[in-house]
Design a binder for this molecule. Sequence first.
Ligand code: ZN
Length: 131
Amino acid sequence: MNIVQKGHEFIQERSCLHFREHDPVALARQTNITYLYYTFSEVLESCCLKFYNKPRGRRLVLITPLCKLPAQAGHATLHAMGLHHEKKFGFRDNEAKAVMFPDKCAQRIDALKIFEETLDDLSLQIHSNGR
Ligand SMILES: [Zn+2]
């Protein structure tokens, strides 16, 4: 399992979201579809990067060598989904909840519990090493 898959798993355990892998070429041919596109960088920078810049279509997620933990890949994913935060703070609880629990799901109660206990991991772990 690569770091992107681990990041997805990290989010799925504490949300009602479910990520599915698709053929990027097939997706690019479609209109009216929004998807996350992961790319890997060799630049040693935080994976707390705000590449969210368009409401529809391909949203870039840059995975850097400093993006080592599932929570960090999850953090980058949530930025691409439109979540943001001020530099010194993590994601806001209510905003993160709105993105991560868009609908009801069978695992909602358990996932909410994990979400509330570990929001700091998703939000701040990344910032504890310097940024
Ligand atoms: Zn961030």
